[in-house]
Design a protein around this ligand. Structure first.
Ligand SMILES: Nc1ncnc2c1ncn2[C@@H]1O[C@H](COP(=O)(O)OP(=O)(O)O)[C@@H](O)[C@H]1O
Ligand SMILES: [Mg+2]
Length: 828
């Protein structure tokens, strides 16, 4: 107390006098670490640092001036001279009150800016020579006034919006406006709650106009922050208030409506959703959205379309199997039994599937590659998937993506879209009702792409174990976890699968069945199943094996068993009808070869082989398409011309080039096979690839094309029971090609007796089933000439099936056949 009494009387009352005070030549310095003192401002601080306590203790009683300098860097306890800022304030010690032996309460009043000229002493406290920083004279112009006004207004707003500022500050500031910009700016600077560096910068900004401008900037900034803070605060508050309020009002409304007996039907229905939403295992944000939907629904008329949209969406969300699942039971022994029971043959495929399942079992999660079954239609890809699901004890659902070109079909349309629905994927889950089914993505190679987006990118996400734990359907809008699902894909051909998808897959090939396998499948699987579907028993219907073989040979031409199944179904349907309309229920229907025509009509594929004979200008090639292997006829005719070639039929560029290469080679070898060069120069040749709209491409028809050209130019028939495949080079070498197994099986189906293959494909024969191999003769060729030796029949003497042919006889026979065909066609 003594100090404060002592200090005060020595202070002149008029502050103006203070401004005129000369700066003493030598003054002690007190470093400030947590605040900045401005001229005109006051600062109350507790002094506890040793150095400073020492300073205050040693200060003579009548010493009432000190310099306060901000300490910018360094150690608080032990600052160095260079840690102090250059500009400080000359301060009056208003009060110096010892709180304890090592603690003072200090009350300072800022007087004027001073600059540190030279440090005179560092210990035991700082003492320095200082110089006055002269206040710049400022013309009291318009700019100054408006700046001060602006700063004043902004500060008023700040005080209003931020509770840390008291209104008292405003009053003090207003009272001091007349003191001019310098005093005003310093006062304001000492009032604002800015970071220390900013305040120091204000102190160092000697020009008052600049200081005010800085203040305006920074107050503006703080105002922005204050507004955001307040807005947030308000929003939180009102959203809580509103929910309480809404609940309360709704409750009241219901009571009133109940009293009046006029409860709103929509409101009542909406209410039924409320509790169900709360039980969903989804995050709060999504629940909030759903709650809002329910509320809106309750306010709408039940007949409005908006109501239907909201209800539809809520129903969908509730129907999605968020948590429902089945328990896996993976017993490999059992799995093998199930696979064996459901599918005949396919030993290698089953083995790989079992290996895959074994890995699944060991790893315990599904983050592996995706299985993909490829092969022609009807070889059991889809049904194999269903069998795997059974073996695992999972539910099976098939998702067909063939022909899908729109990403929304997979990912769904937004709710706002008219008639919006979830995409195929989420629909599959809703259909099956569990979140861990086996989903078969069928015909993934037939997926398209157009301007509405690329569906394969959606599938990519679905099949990616890193991404698929939160798949967002656009309609559902809530992430759904796909990672418990086992995905299996199927495809006819691998090439057509977008490569990023293919990279994720482990491919298992199924290539097709032999006649005997088909027979066994029909007897053991197809017929029993079809009988049951048609409500018939094995006692009522007996289908001869020969009859089945007849169907296989003459009514189908396929790698799989799809058409076989269809034809058998037709037979059984007709029998079922007889049984249903007949009286003798106990009668047994026997189906023999002779009956087949009555059930299935005329033979469908006979013309392709049974009626064939050696012909000039027709060779038989072997192609590999998505339907498996196929035989392919190549036709050529010759007409007077100038040596041009024309090519027609469904074929790609590579194949067109093969035609040119083959033509050139045959022409270059003309003399060796007794064709006069003139024949080439005086004729045009037209080559046609008939049959089927399936585009053919690839170089593997080379030998067949060359043979066809040699045939038509050399006028030699080509043996009709020989089929061939192989690429040729310009110099007549035959190169190996792909798809041998499928091609050979197709040749066998088509009743071909001899197959000509490139020498380089000899090793591939081991893949061909024994049964097929035994029925065929294989000739391996290295050059086109080898092919010709086998396939071209020398003019006049043609050997076929041990019977001598005569060209004239042969032509006459042909004519006769043509006549018969014409008669048949005219219905005679
Ligand atoms: N190896 C087989 N054993 C038993 N049935 C088979 C076999 N292969 C195919 N099937 C049957 O043939 C029909 C067509 O098979 P599917 O799985 O649809 O072929 P994909 O999907 O390859 O086109 C199904 O009824 C299936 O059960
Ligand atoms: Mg299928």
């Amino acid at each position: 107390m003594a100090q404060s009494n002592r200090g005060k009387p020595q202070l002149p009352n008029n502050s103006q006098d203070w401004m005129d005070l000369d700066v003493p030549s030598r003054l002690p310095i007190i470093p400030l670490v947590s605040s900045v003192l401005f001229p005109g401002g006051v600062l109350s601080l507790q002094v506890g640092i040793d150095r400073n306590v020492r300073l205050l203790k040693s200060l003579p009683d009548d010493q009432n001036l000190i310099a306060a300098f901000c300490q910018k860097t360094g150690d608080k306890e032990n600052p160095r001279a260079e840690d102090l800022s250059q500009i400080g304030v000359l301060a009056a010690i208003v009060q110096r009150l010892p709180l304890s032996s090592d603690r003072y309460q200090l009350f300072l009043q800022g007087r004027q800016r001073v600059e540190l000229v030279q440090m005179l002493q560092n210990e035991p406290y700082f003492e320095a020579q200082l110089r006055e920083v002269a206040p710049r004279p400022i013309p009291k112009g318009v700019k100054t006034d408006s700046l001060m006004n602006k700063a004043m207004t902004l500060f008023e707003k700040l005080v209003e919006s931020d509770s840390k500022y008291s209104n008292e500050l405003l009053n003090i500031l207003r009272m001091n406006v007349s003191e001019g910009p310098d005093t005003f700016a310093d006062l304001l600077s000492s009032f604002v709650n800015f970071p220390l560096e900013e305040k120091q910068l204000l102190l160092e900004t000697v020009n008052p106009i600049e200081r005010i401008e800085l203040l305006i900037d920074w107050i503006n900034r703080d105002l922005g922050r204050a507004t955001v803070d307040r807005e947030l605060q308000r929003q939180i508050q009102t959203s809580i208030d509103r929910r309480d309020r809404e609940n309360y009002l709704r409750e009241q409304l219901r009571i009133i409506q109940d009293e009046l007996g006029e409860t709103n039907a929509a409101e009542r229905e909406a209410d039924t959703y409320r509790d169900r939403i709360e039980t969903l295992p989804i995050i709060e944000d999504h629940k909030t959205t759903l709650r809002r939907e329910v509320t809106r629904m309750g306010q709408l008329s039940q007949s409005s379309s908006d109501y239907a949209v909201l209800k539809g969406h809520l129903d969908t969300v509730l129907q999605v199997p968020w948590t429902q699942h089945t328990e896996d039971r993976l017993d490999l022994q059992k799995a093998e039994e199930i696979l064996d029971a459901r599918h005949h043959g396919l030993d290698k495929v089953k083995e790989r599937v079992l290996e895959f399942l074994a890995v699944l079992k060991l790893k315990g999660d599904l983050k592996g590659p995706i299985l993909c079954f490829t092969g022609p239609p009807g070889v059991g890809k889809t049904s194999l998937g269903a069998a795997i699901a059974d073996a695992l004890g999972r539910k099976f659902v098939r998702m067909a993506v063939g022909g899908v070109t729109d990403e929304s079909e997979i990912r769904g349309h937004r709710k706002t879209y008219i008639g919006a629905m979830p995409g195929k994927l989420i629909s599959s889950y809703m259909q099956i009702g569990v979140n861990n089914p086996l989903i078969m993505i069928d015909e993934i190679d037939k997926i398209g792409k157009d301007f509405r987006g690329d569906p394969s990118s959606a599938l990519l996400e679905v099949l990616d174990p890193k991404q698929n734990h939160a798949f967002v359907d656009r309609y559902l809008e809530i992430p759904f976890d796909l990672s418990h699902t086992l995905f299996i894909c199927t495809a006819n051909v691998l090439d057509m699968i977008p490569s990023p998808l293919r990279d994720r897959m482990e491919v298992i090939r199924l290539s097709g069945y032999t006649e005997n396998e088909k027979l066994a499948i029909a007897v053991k699987h197809l017929i029993p199943e079809l009988l049951e579907n048609h409500g018939l028993t094995a006692d009522q219907v007996k289908i001869d094996e020969d009859a089945i073989l007849l169907i296989i040979r003459d009514y189908t031409a396929e790698a799989g068993v799809r058409n076989l199944e269809r034809n058998l179904a037709t037979v059984l349907r007709k029998i079922a009808r007889k049984v249903a309309s007949g009286d003798e229920e106990t009668k047994t229907y026997e189906v023999k070869t002779d009956d087949i025509e009555a059930y299935l009509g005329l033979v469908k594929f006979e013309h392709e082989f049974a009626e064939r004979h050696p012909e000039i200008g027709v060779s038989t090639g072997l192609a590999w398409t998505q339907f498996g292997g196929e035989i392919m006829f190549i036709e050529a005719t010759r007409m007077p011309g100038t040596g041009r070639t024309t090519v027609t039929g469904q074929l790609g560029d590579v194949m067109r080039e093969s035609v040119q290469a083959a033509y050139s080679y045959v022409r270059s070898k003309a003399h060796e096979i007794d064709i006069p060069e003139k024949k080439f120069s005086e004729h045009d040749i037209h080559i046609h690839f008939p049959a089927g709209a399936i585009p053919k491409d690839g170089p593997s028809a080379g030998v067949a094309i060359a043979t066809c050209i040699a045939s038509v130019m050399g006028e030699r028939p080509v043996r009709h029971d020989i089929a061939m495949t192989g690429e040729i080079t310009l110099r007549g070498k035959v190169l190996s090609v792909g798809g041998i197994k499928e091609k050979v099986m197709a040749a066998h189906r088509a009743n071909i007796k001899t197959v000509l293959l490139p020498e380089g494909n000899r090793k591939d024969i081991s893949e061909v089933p024994e049964e097929t191999k035994a029925a065929l003769k294989f000739v391996f060729v290295q050059r086109v000439e080898d092919v010709w030796k086998e396939a071209l029949i020398p003019l006049y003497i043609i050997k076929d099936h041990d019977r001598k042919y005569d060209e004239r006889e042969y032509r006459a026979e042909q004519r006769e056949k043509t006549d018969r065909a014409t008669e048949r066609a005219e219905g005679r």
